[in-house]
Write a protein that binds this ligand. Sequence first.
Ligand SMILES: [Zn+2]
Length: 275
Amino acid sequence: MFDLEIRLINMLGLLTIIVIVGLVLDYRNVLKKPMRMGMSLAILGITAGIFLTLSAVLPENDVFGRVFSNTKTTQKVVALTFDDGPYPPYTEQVLDVLKEYHVPATFFVVGQNVEKYPELVKRIADEGHQIGNHTYHHIDLLKANRKDIAKEIDNTNKAILAASGVKPHLMRPPHGFRDPVVMEMMAERNLKVVEWSVMSRDWTNPGVDVIVERTVKKVKNGSIILLHDGDGITSQASRIQSVEAARHIIQILSAQGYKFVTVDEILKKTEDVKG
Ligand SMILES: [Zn+2]
């Protein structure tokens, strides 16, 4: 009858009711002394709603469960991650750049694309890169029920395993969106939820120089960098800017002394450092 799951959408629904009740109490002059209880309740409800929404969408926020958006380390290491592929010809072009510079990366692949291009997923694994799950249809998990979330994750893991022989233990929810149920379902499957600390909005194709500049200026020791070799499931946009930007980012950061590692490797570098 009632869906009592701790979903973001349910919590926001409940808070909306609380805000309305608060405003009605205030309007009807109820509970106004010694302070305006109704208005206070409404303000509290709005604040809680903003807090919960930010907890679901901000990449570095651990409120709904542990996510990995960077590593605190004194070592000059960074992890390049590519989302939404495999997507020819851009995934091959990214792989060619990575090969040229002997740089490992992590690819968060979309299950539907994996089934279309299994040979690309095999190439990713064969060339020493890490593969993570990015759902089957690149859906917003906040709007999906448990059954659909399970299908999205499990079918993608199956497709990746069939294509590459690798069973992923990393998961990046589309857009980074998660709530307590999403986090619980990842934990049940021993999937680490990986977000990012550096993003350039490369998917909007703002220009190679812009992608490079936005990325390089934000990079610190232990950063996880988000780029895209794919375009969700619509697979229409060019990713040539991201490919070219990846080359420049590798050149610039290497010259600054940074070493590129996979997400697994960077998470092992955690140290108890400030900042
Ligand atoms: Zn994505």
